[in-house]
Design a binder for this molecule. Structure first.
Ligand code: UTP
Length: 303
């Protein structure tokens, strides 16, 4: 086991697991990763990479699966399209095409078989090395106006160890998430995590704090993941490895939670995906006014 002192230091690497099967979105995800589904006019994954960059992380490793091509192509140059738009003098659309490829330094690694989120994170070990790193789930969208990751990085750089993102949910919903047992700290939005349970059964949830898809992790998590047996659903669960870190600070330092109260959408869930699109479209300067007027009419006349 990786016995080490908590590491402190500037975090620069982000890992984005995007190798899940996306079965809740079939048939759309038969040949396309769910992370490529558009939220208004941008694929969900671009919002996630933009969030990493906004938090100061410019080295992005994406864990991809069987349909990796669209993901790689999206963050690469497309000379044919760029040339066509240049010839037309369409500078606005040209910049939209170039934007994703200029965002960050992108790296890709293939997971092979989708053996769970923990296994996907373990695939990042050779790239990450010995420094703390961030994990952003490719289908979890955090509103850019509610900067969660930057706050998590700040807490990790001060406290060492690992930091997870938590959100209070209705007790009836906690069985859908990983759940944290916590102790208060001097800061209102930061808690100490003492235990974790993945998708707790009835009466098993220690709180209504649900784990959401942002993590800043000590690299000791890799050693723990290697020793983690497949858990719920036959998958290697990241929550199980984090549970070991939380129960023994000697492994990789403490585990803290940042309690998020902002806007978040699980774009892997069809209902939340639709809500994200409607909300973000309403708020857009270019599309919002017309769309809001139509939506008002639609709701009053047809519902
Ligand atoms: P989900 O739990 O949403 O699973 O994964 P899924 O397979 O993607 O989707 P459904 O439930 O079948 O519809 C959470 C995150 O972990 C990644 C997914 O891509 C998603 O970002 N993941 C999951 C992997 O990268 N590899 C895996 O083996 C499993």
């Amino acid at each position: 086991m990786n016995q080490s002192l908590p590491r402190l230091g500037r975090i620069s690497k982000a890992v984005i697991p995007a190798a899940g099967l996306g079965t809740r979105f079939l048939p759309a995800t038969k040949a396309t990763p769910k992370e490529m589904l558009p939220v208004v006019d941008k694929p969900a994954i671009q919002y996630v990479v933009e969030e990493a960059v906004a938090a100061g992380l410019s080295d992005v490793l994406m864990i991809t699966g069987r349909n990796k091509r669209p993901l790689e192509d999206h963050f690469d140059r497309n000379y044919e399209l760029e040339e066509a738009l240049s010839r037309k003098g369409d500078a606005e659309r040209l910049s939209k095409v170039q934007e994703p490829s200029d965002l960050a330094t992108m790296h890709y690694v293939r997971q092979g078989a989708p053996r769970g989120l923990g296994h996907a994170v373990l695939c990042a070990a050779p790239h990450v090395g010995d420094q703390p790193f961030a994990v952003l789930l490719g289908d979890d969208l955090i509103d850019p106006r509610d900067p969660l990751l930057a706050r998590m990085v700040e807490v990790q750089e001060r406290e060492g160890g690992s930091v997870i993102a938590l959100m209070e949910v209705e007790p009836s919903q906690i069985h859908l998430y990983g759940c944290a047992a916590v102790e208060a700290t001097a800061e209102g939005d930061v808690v100490k995590v003492t235990d974790l349970v993945e998708k707790p059964g009835p009466g098993e949830a220690p709180s209504n704090y649900a784990i959401i898809g942002r993590y800043v992790l000590d690299p000791a998590v890799f050693g723990t993941l290697r020793e983690t047996e497949p858990g719920r659903g036959g998958e290697i669960q990241l929550t199980d490895a984090l549970q070991k870190l939380a129960s023994d600070e000697k492994i990789g330092g403490p585990v803290h939670g940042v309690v998020f109260k902002g806007r978040r959408y699980d774009t892997g869930d069809r209902g939340d995906y639709l809500r994200a699109i409607v909300r973000l479209a309403c708020e857009r300067e270019d599309l919002g006014p017309d769309f809001r007027a139509w939506l008002r009419r639609y709701v009053s006349e047809e519902m």
